[in-house]
Design a protein around this ligand. Structure first.
Ligand code: ADP
Ligand code: MG
Length: 233
């Protein structure tokens, strides 16, 4: 076990004309490489702001963010492009697959783009979709599309798998399957960080961090995560 993520007085302020929106107050937090963290909070609490900084899609306005041995908050735009390409796998609420590429091609596209040595077939197998590889997104259910999106995020073997409300658009049975895949990925040794407004699903994680108005309100370890199939919402 070692520290993978470190927020150090990390702050994010948006300036909207005269208005000053403090999306995140100075945040201090470390996450280890063997954790499955859920960041819970109501709409507007700062979850996506945190996620976007981890994903290298946004930068703090003060403080630091370290991932592995690198300071993401000190990277130039060019370095952030490379960081996103190599280090970050993100799963979003609305799958964001390319509609005119098959499941397999959606994943191969990322392999080509990143020059990763990942295997698109294996990634699809890992999410139980080998048989659907030649289907287009519109021929897949919502849950299957999300599993393709997970395979696409995983194929570059990122140190952290990120999810922004990845079950937010799924019914319970489908959401459980997707949650189980995140649990399995964590059990295989990858750090998983998910943000959600759904308190029920946090039972599946090993640690729950609650955000409110841009501040950490609680931070609790869960020694006995519930198997995804038993999580009901
Ligand atoms: P959550 O994902 O928990 O709903 P966000 O991180 O999206 O919260 O937003 C946190 C706060 O920052 C909210 O008050 C939101 O209105 C504000 N905010 C987010 N993005 C922007 C932006 N681009 N410009 C101005 N304010 C923003
Ligand atoms: Mg959000």
């Amino acid at each position: 076990m070692s520290t993978l993520v470190r927020f150090e007085n990390t702050e994010r302020v948006y300036q909207l004309g005269e208005r000053h929106v403090q999306a995140l107050y100075p945040l201090n937090l470390t996450i280890d490489n063997d954790e499955f963290v859920m960041i819970l909070g109501p709409s507007g609490s700062g979850k996506t702001t945190m996620m976007n900084m981890l994903a290298g899609m946004d930068s703090p306005t003060a403080g630091h963010l370290y991932v592995g041995n690198e300071e993401v908050s000190a990277m130039s735009r060019e370095q952030l492009v490379e960081y996103r390409r190599q280090n970050v796998g993100v799963v979003f609420q609305f799958f964001n697959l390319i509609p005119n590429l098959t499941a397999l091609e959606n994943i191969q596209f990322v392999v080509e783009l990143t020059g990763s040595s990942g295997d698109a077939h294996k990634a699809l197998e890992a999410v139980g979709l080998a048989k659907r590889q030649h289907h287009f997104p519109h021929e897949l259910s919502g849950g299957e599309q999300q599993r393709v999106a997970i395979a696409r995020a995983l194929v570059k073997e990122p140190p952290i798998l990120l999810g922004d409300e990845p079950t937010g658009n799924l019914d319970v049975a489908t959401g459980q399957r997707v949650l189980k895949i995140f649990q399995d990925i964590h059990k295989e040794g990858r750090c998983v960080i998910i943000v959600t407004h759904n308190r029920a699903i946090t039972a599946a994680a090993t640690r729950v961090i609650t955000l409110g108005d841009g501040k950490i309100r609680s931070d609790e370890k869960n020694p006995n995560p519930l198997p995804a199939e038993e999580v009901i919402w």
